[in-house]
Write a protein that binds this ligand. Structure first.
Ligand code: NAP
Length: 280
């Protein structure tokens, strides 16, 4: 391996400790409310980790776990209550939701000033217009990782693989807002390997194990792997062929231990940002 390892676990731990110190200095307890619906096993782990990390940072985290068959009207009423609750600074609905519930309608019901995931159309619109406020935690975590490499995004060629609302799209916009030249690759893109090979930075968020091989990577590129894929044998892998790409990249993230921990760190930072804004 010639690439340097971008150790998201260590960087996230450092940021969480710095945040905990800022929260202590601020002298109040930010409040984070998390709504989880149904029994998706990965969501259960994510929500537990988010709540634990929040408490460690000095944030009061409350989880509202409801059964899969909860009517949407009941969830909308809960969101309305949390919007009105002065102790709640930040609110998120854990995705994915059980069939029959509309993530779009539930997210649109969140007060944009408490939308810690940055998924509300108002916050997504601000990002698209280059007027960044609260931005989604995973792409924000990726930006924080890129900052650690020293890569100057101004004029850099960036390839983002995946165009979902929670990762790919906001990632591309964040990079564009920092003057990168962005290629957004999706399942219909022709010759994605050739498009990626042009890039100084590759962010893979397709959810396809091993999609990105060495032939996709330009010598010296920074490679960030957002993918989290569970293989039939139980192993957790990203979208990037780590061993092969590490021979060409200058920096590369591992899976696990890369982007995942950064997502949680940035969720906590977003919570504090919202809490401060509500006290101004
Ligand atoms: P998603 O909603 O399924 O979106 C996947 C995107 O990848 C789509 O835009 C899709 O294109 C594109 N895609 C799929 N196959 C492709 C291919 N062969 N070539 C090029 N593009 C392809 O997934 P997501 O929610 O964005 O998540 C992506 C991955 O990141 C998943 O593995 C997820 O588990 C992981 N993730 C990790 C974190 C973290 O904290 N580390 C957070 C969120 C998600 P189309 O639009 O054309 O269908």
């Amino acid at each position: 391996m010639t690439a340097r390892l971008l150790d998201g676990k260590a960087i996230a731990a450092r940021r969480r400790a710095a945040l905990a110190a800022r929260i202590r200095e601020a002298g109040f307890t930010p409040g984070l409310a998390v709504i989880r619906v149904g029994e998706d096993p990965a969501s259960a782990v994510y929500v537990r980790n988010k709540a634990r990390a929040a408490r460690e940072a000095g944030i009061a985290a409350t989880t509202h776990h409801l059964p899969a068959e909860t009517p949407e009207a009941e969830l909308l009423a809960l969101i309305a209550r949390l919007n009105a609750d002065a102790a709640v600074d930040a609110l998120l609905v854990q995705l994915p939701l059980p069939a029959g519930l509309s993530a779009e309608r539930l997210i649109a019901a969140i007060d944009p000033a408490k939308d810690v995931d940055g998924f509300h159309p108002v916050n997504a619109g601000h990002l698209a217009l280059g007027m960044e406020g609260i931005v989604p935690c995973t792409p924000a975590g990726v930006l924080a990782l890129i900052a650690e490499t020293g890569l100057d995004l101004k004029g850099a060629r960036a390839a983002v693989i995946g165009r979902s609302r929670i990762v790919g799209r906001p990632m591309a916009l964040l990079l564009l807002n920092r003057d990168a030249t962005v290629t957004l690759i999706h399942s219909r893109s022709r010759d994605p390997a050739a498009l990626c090979r042009e890039a100084d930075l590759v962010v893979a968020a397709a959810g396809k194990p091993g999609l990105v091989g060495a032939e996709w990577i330009r010598e010296g590129a920074v490679v960030i792997d957002v993918g989290i894929n569970r293989l039939p044998d139980g192993r957790l892998v990203g979208d990037v062929d780590f061993a092969a790409c590490a021979e060409r990249a200058s920096w590369i993230t591992p899976v696990p231990g890369g982007v995942g921990p950064m997502t949680i760190a940035l969720l906590l930072e977003n919570t504090f940002t919202l809490a401060l804004a509500r006290r101004r």
